[in-house]
Design a protein. Structure first.
Lengths: 148, 405
């Protein structure tokens, strides 16, 4: 992490955003399994379960916001790194790998939660390619700050 | 206005992702609030509606979930004996609906029939928009006076006749429109108070003793399932339960006012509390995310804000700009929630779902407007919290330092 664009606060922020997305999915999966005897509660919960992928997808927007603001803040740092001999390619690779490591950590946590609750392990898998797409798109943005 | 336009076009829109993020978070908060408010209000409306049967001496029939309906044992003689017993020994309110009939109408909706007796009619106090009260003392071979929903009143004005081929009597009957129910009149399900049937495409059919005696077994049996026994005692109810079990082989429960209240407190109040708490927790989480998003905006736009403060923009003016900006975002969300609700209501018309079709501006009814008001109120609260936290963050940074960023 020595040459990384990430500081501890950034890692925590991104990790929280990922964990929020994965656990929202787990929470909605959990709501599906609840044996509710109340018709009102069933009708209320159905309003969310019916749109589970859409709701989770909308909340992944906080990850987009994170990537966007993170790179904006690191504009000067990226430029300075290039100035002292680093390459854009290496900065992009390091940034993407850092993000993927944090994503892997959050995903493992969600898998553990799924195991604990006896849920299908692949239920959160669809989020991984979506979040990786965000990482790849944001990694491309690093190139924008090559010239300060 | 000029400075507001400048802020929108040169500062906020240049970092549109943050604005979109805020819209999505507010949308989630609004969706949850709208859903929770509608569920809670609908349940309370149902509870208010059933208050008239929650009186002392009133018992509502309910088929025991463990009782099996054996149609080989049940026959017309059995149900007739039960009704004779009811007529001789009790006052009872009879109501059953869901009998679909083909009655041509301008909206091409399927029309359902609701059968009720005089006691039920008096208990409910139906509000009419046109016409007069029903007369229950008719002969079966005469034109039978009925009440109709608003949706049918265009095709069948007061005084017109409707011929129904398939009635509970097993032969065609001629109905005469006596009155039109108020628009969006509804009936809540006794066992799911938040679920409603709207009467806009319903024909309310008065039944008297003669009608029930001549009706088919479907009507008699269905009517028995929700029959409301009035002015009675626990002892008489026990006898009735035994009588029904002996003649029809069906085990009925009859719940009293006290049991109904206990059921409400245990079941509905508990459910409503859970809905309210869940919605509250989710809204708090979303509000925190919105504040985070707002602080991120400050982080990225600090230079723009402080430059403007340096050249003479006051904090109070900046506050007004923020309120206007978030007001626009909230308004966009409110429009989206409104559109979703309207589409949901209008979908019932497209699906020709007569039991849920409603009248109103964009098909929205009072409950929807109430929920939208709650959503607007919540938006104002969230807006205040977000704007004040943004200003607090901006004020913490000295202008000179902000400009240098």
């Amino acid at each position: 992490m020595r040459k990384s664009l990430f500081r501890i606060v950034d890692v925590l922020e991104l990790c929280t955003a990922y964990i929020f997305c994965f656990f929202l999915n787990v929470l909605l999966d959990y709501a599906k399994t609840l044996d509710l005897d109340s018709y009102i509660l069933k009708a209320f919960v159905k309003n969310f379960i019916d749109y589970q992928p859409l709701i989770v997808l909308l909340f992944t927007f906080i990850v987009i916001v994170f990537h966007y603001q993170m790179l904006h803040r690191k504009k000067a740092e990226i430029f300075c790194k290039i100035l002292v001999g680093d390459t854009v390619f290496h900065i992009i690779i390091r940034y993407a790998l850092d993000c993927i490591m944090i994503l892997a950590f959050a995903y493992i946590l969600s898998v553990l939660a799924n195991v604990y609750l006896n849920f299908n392990l692949t239920s959160s898998l669809y989020l991984v390619p979506i979040l990786i797409t965000y990482i790849l798109i944001s990694a491309r943005q690093v190139r924008k700050y090559e010239n300060f | 206005m000029k400075i507001f336009k400048f802020f929108i076009s040169k500062i906020f829109l240049r970092k549109a992702i943050l604005g979109i993020g805020m819209i999505l978070l507010l949308f989630m908060a609004n969706y949850i609030t709208n859903t929770a408010a509608r569920s809670i209000l609908s349940t309370f409306q149902g509870y208010q509606e059933t208050k008239y049967i929650n009186q002392k001496g009133v018992y509502i029939a309910n088929l025991d979930p463990n009782s099996h309906i054996d149609m080989d044992v049940i026959n017309e003689n059995g149900t007739q004996v039960v009704y004779d017993y009811l007529n001789n020994s009790f006052h009872y309110a009879f109501y059953t609906d869901g009998f679909i009939v083909s009655v041509p109408n301008t909206d091409d909706m399927k029309v359902s029939l609701g059968y009720m007796n005089e006691e039920y009619y008096e208990l409910n106090q139906f509000e009419l928009s046109q016409g007069t009260d029903l007369d229950f003392n008719y002969q079966l071979d005469e034109k039978i006076p009925v009440l109709i929903g608003k949706g049918l009143s265009k095709t069948y004005p007061i005084g017109s006749t409707i011929i129904i081929e398939e009635s509970a009597l097993g032969r065609p009957v001629t109905l005469k429109v006596q009155g039109v129910l108020k628009q969006n009149a509804y009936h809540s399900n006794y066992y799911a108070l938040n679920s409603k049937t709207y009467y806009n495409f319903l024909i309310l059919f008065p039944v008297n003793e003669g009608f029930i005696n001549n009706a088919n077994i479907d009507l008699q049996l269905n009517g028995l399932m929700d029959v409301i026994i009035l002015e009675t005692t626990q002892k008489e109810i026990a006898d009735l339960r035994e009588f029904i079990e002996n003649n029809l082989g069906l085990k009925f429960n009859f719940f009293s006012q006290k049991e109904n209240y206990e059921y409400f407190n245990e079941y509905y109040l508990h459910s409503l509390k859970i809905i309210a708490i869940t919605a509250f927790v989710l809204i708090i989480i979303i509000a925190c995310l919105s504040i985070w998003n707002a602080l991120v905006s400050v982080r990225l736009m600090l230079k723009d804000f402080t430059i403007n403060l340096l050249v003479g923009l006051s904090y109070s003016r900046l506050r007004k700009i923020f309120y206007s900006y978030f007001g626009i975002l909230s308004f966009v969300n409110l429009i989206v929630i409104f559109a979703i609700t309207a589409c949901d209501r209008y979908g019932c018309w497209l699906r020709k779902d007569a039991t849920f079709a409603t009248y109103g501006l964009f098909c929205l009814i009072g409950m929807d407007w109430f929920a939208l008001s709650v959503v607007a109120l919540l938006d104002i609260l969230i807006e205040i919290v977000i704007v004040e936290s943004m200003l607090w963050r901006i004020k913490k940074v000295p202008i000179s330092l902000g400009v240098l960023q």
